[in-house]
Design a binder for this molecule. Structure first.
Ligand code: ZN
Ligand code: ZN
Length: 410
């Protein structure tokens, strides 16, 4: 039996080896809450062990963010200082890898002015657009991982005391990242091979449409661009480094044709946007655009996503995840996209991954748009997978082939 200290060390090693695939003489940027300083030190040790040139940490703190939102005036959130922009340019120039540790309290920003939060996220997306575009195109290696934040843990396990909740959440993180396997690195290689098999099958079929139906009332048709390709598991950065962008990851995904999504889809899990919950919502699309929407809870927040950028009303991602994935089996709502999206088939409002278009590395932004990819300042996943979801692929020749039956791979 592995004890917690060993598990955490092995988890750090897995992230550095398989996740970011740290290269010699390259810097590594880590974004983390101060709460996880011990874990960040382990990551740094492992990275230096691989010959990392420099580990740079951008610390944040939930409580401080909240204070800032409550006290700083609006203009602070509308302007990103040039020094921040310069800093990211410098990272990109140095060909840094990026590890982002997610651990935030889903309720953190519940009581703050959502206009400030939206202004901040819009200003950041605009100011760091080059950096984020480069990330979406896998110009460099990046990896999003989780650590058990105490407020996040208490949100998932409100019945437990703080310490117990945190260790329970670590346990869930370790389960979802296959850390209890004898050799997690080996287990990951096997898992990635399974995802790649699905990717290859979908690419071979080259479906024109996916049709979603379930008993909730979902009846959605999604057209895929002719040049689409499915991705999942691991991928190569532009510089040919094999990395895993999300740990855990259970999804294979591609992009929809921006103006050719029609019908209605029902959410199957809550969506957390800027710390606010949107629950039980339904969206109707016409020619790709959200024509109408309603939610039992947080309907106005849904409107705020769309207000950031009108292209947030179009889809940018189609992802397939079996209903019986290990994370789904946990039967928990994590209130965190990294986990909840890997528990369920999902779609995303907003920005598409250009890498899901064949030959995108040689295409101009105009050509990428013309090929059907959505471009937006937001990318928000929402879950649509249910136990009875069926997805039928329709080929260019009109042949219908089951892709998902009863929530799982057909
Ligand atoms: Zn996804
Ligand atoms: Zn996504």
């Amino acid at each position: 039996m592995k004890d917690f200290k060993n598990l955490l060390r092995e988890y750090a090693r897995l992230i550095i080896e398989v996740g970011i695939n740290q290269q010699k003489d390259k810097p590594l940027v880590i974004q983390s809450a101060v709460e996880h300083a011990d874990f960040v030190r382990l990551l740094a040790e492992e990275a230096y062990g691989k010959g990392c040139e420099e580990v740079i940490v951008n610390w944040n703190d939930g409580e401080l963010s909240k204070l800032r939102y409550n006290h700083s005036p609006m203009h602070v959130f509308e302007n990103i200082p040039p020094s921040t922009v310069e800093k990211f340019k410098e990272y990109d120039k140095r060909d840094a890898g990026f590890i982002s540790i997610t651990s935030e309290d889903p309720d953190l920003l519940k009581s703050v002015d959502t206009k400030k939060v939206s202004a901040q996220s819009k200003a950041t997306s605009l100011a760091l657009k080059e950096h984020y575009d480069a990330m979406m195109s896998d110009e460099y290696c990046w990896c999003v991982v989780a650590a058990a934040g105490k407020d996040w843990a208490k949100k998932i396990f409100p019945e437990l005391g703080e310490e117990e909740a945190v260790s329970k959440l670590w346990d869930e993180i370790f389960k979802s990242t296959r850390m209890y396997e004898e050799d997690p690195v080996k287990a990951w290689r096997k898992h990635i091979a399974f995802l790649e098999e699905k990717v290859n099958w979908l690419n071979e079929k080259h479906f024109r449409y996916l049709k979603y139906t379930n008993a909730k009332g979902t009846d959605l048709s999604v057209e895929l661009p002719e040049a689409h390709q499915w991705m999942g598991g691991a991928g190569n950065s532009r510089k040919g480094i094999y990395f895993v962008a999300n740990m855990p990851t259970e999804e294979v995904f591609t992009l929809p044709k921006k103006d050719s999504v029609n019908g209605t889809v029902y959410s199957s899990k809550p969506l957390v946007f800027n710390g606010n919950l949107i629950e039980d919502f339904k969206i109707t699309f016409k020619d790709g655009r959200v024509e109408s929407y309603s939610a039992k809870k947080g309907e106005q927040i849904l409107g705020e996503i769309f207000a950031i950028d009108d292209n947030g009303r179009y889809l940018g991602e189609v992802a397939l995840v079996p209903f019986h994935s290990p994370i789904s089996q946990r039967n928990l709502i994590f209130f965190n996209t990294l986990f909840d999206e890997n528990a369920s088939c999902h779609l995303a409002f907003g920005q598409a991954y250009p890498t899901c278009l064949k030959g995108s590395e040689n295409m101009s932004p105009e050509e990428i748009k013309a090929a059907g990819a959505n471009e937006a300042l937001v990318h928000e996943d929402f879950m649509v997978g249910t136990e009875d979801l069926s997805i039928t692929g329709i080929t260019w020749a009109g042949e219908k082939i089951p892709v998902f039956m009863n929530g799982d791979w057909a």
